[in-house]
Design a binder for this molecule. Structure first.
Ligand SMILES: NC(=O)c1ccc[n+]([C@@H]2O[C@H](COP(=O)([O-])OP(=O)(O)OC[C@H]3O[C@@H](n4cnc5c(N)ncnc54)[C@H](O)[C@@H]3O)[C@@H](O)[C@H]2O)c1
Length: 330
């Protein structure tokens, strides 16, 4: 059944893929994005250029922290469901600008939940992050873990946003909220600041790549179409009136070391990397690894693109866009 969906952060990496998937299944979509300067807004405009060709898509250039603008967007589409992707992303930059991260990610989420509650909107899906687990000693990470020791301001803001969801679900019985902990998402349109995109740009232009630590740190990398499939499952889940606030991991449940990742990129690019070895960075965790049994069982989440297939697909896109990411890094 076609739905009316409001997507915040619609012009971003994951948000724009979600918009495309919603339009493809026949939904009406209103995107909200303030095109902030975390990376080149021209990239974000390109992300949604295809969606703009659809009469079922409308874009509102607005800040989620602005209650009037957000409320106007909600009143325009009267959404069945809201998907909140807008955030200041990025672990390392959050150390330099903690107040900005708190403002966008915490105040922004509070404003969004408040606006939804005021309008009787019951279904909300919120993007969270694997970073909330910090350097958890037990792997794979389970939603049952306490997640009370985030190691970066970004992680703390994402955890705080989850707690706000928990609180609002308690305050307003009509609200059904699902928080999704994404594990390092990659694929076409990936943010230029993220390792895979940054490394591809540097390797292909013959420049050294900064490698923090000895290359043994590992990540559970998730191909973006798998993430989007999980988000669609979460949207479906919010139809169930029994839902209050639920949290799910969305990863591949496979880990890849930094060393292995670089080798995969070298193979796909057909070029060797020059390594600039640097000390480990504050705010980085040594490992992320998702237990996805809850998402599999309840959301029907079934990740389908392992990293050995995903990296060549990413590189094909990277080449297609003629090094757009490389240009953004200069
Ligand atoms: N990419 C990942 O690996 C990853 C991992 C974990 C969690 N997440 C979360 O997923 C979501 C999407 O991440 P992404 O990688 O697509 O990032 P992105 O930066 O590409 O997308 C975020 C979008 O939100 C918009 N935005 C920022 N502040 C806003 C505001 N105040 N009002 C309106 N719009 C605003 C930005 O302009 C951007 O288009 C974020 O919530 C992020 O924290 C991403």
């Amino acid at each position: 059944m076609a739905e009316r969906v409001l997507v915040t952060g619609a012009a971003g990496f994951i948000g724009s893929h979600l918009v495309d998937a919603l339009l493809a299944r026949g939904d009406r979509v209103l995107g909200v994005d303030n095109f902030d300067d975390f990376y080149d807004p021209a990239i974000k405009r390109a992300n949604i250029a295809g969606a703009r060709c659809s009469s079922a898509f409308t874009m509102a250039e607005a800040d989620v922290r602005d209650p009037a603008a957000l409320g106007a967007a909600m009143d325009e589409i009267e959404p069945d469901v809201v998907v909140h992707m807008a955030a200041r992303a990025g672990v390392r930059p959050s150390i330099a600008a903690p107040a900005l991260y708190a403002d966008v990610n915490v105040r922004g989420t509070a404003a969004l939940l408040d606006a939804a509650r005021a309008r009787g909107i019951s279904r909300v899906v919120v993007a969270s992050s694997s970073s909330v687990y910090g350097n958890a000693s037990r792997v794979p990470f389970s939603e049952a873990d306490a997640a009370i020791s985030p190691v970066s301001p970004y992680a703390a803001t994402k955890r705080a946003a989850e707690l706000l969801c928990e609180t609002f679900a308690g305050l307003e019985p009509r609200l059904r909220i699902v928080s999704l902990r994404f594990f390092t998402v990659y694929g076409p349109r990936q943010r230029p600041d993220l390792a895979i995109h940054k490394f591809a740009a540097l390797i292909s232009s013959g420049r050294p790549i900064p490698v923090y630590g000895d290359g043994s740190s590992s990540r559970d990398y998730t191909y973006v179409t798998d993430t989007v499939q999980g988000v669609l499952g979460a949207i479906e889940r919010t139809r169930d009136p029994a839902v209050r606030h639920e949290v799910y991991n969305l990863g591949e449940s496979q880990t890849t070391t930094l060393r292995e990742l670089i080798a995969l990129l070298e193979d796909a690019l057909g070029q060797k990397a020059t390594i600039d070895r640097l000390p480990p960075q504050a705010g980085d965790v040594s490992c992320t690894y998702a237990d996805i049994s809850r998402a599999r069982d309840t959301l029907g989440y079934a990740p389908a693109v392992p990293i050995r297939d995903g990296i060549p697909r990413f590189v094909a896109w990277f080449r297609d866009t003629a090094g757009r990411g490389a240009a953004a890094l200069r």
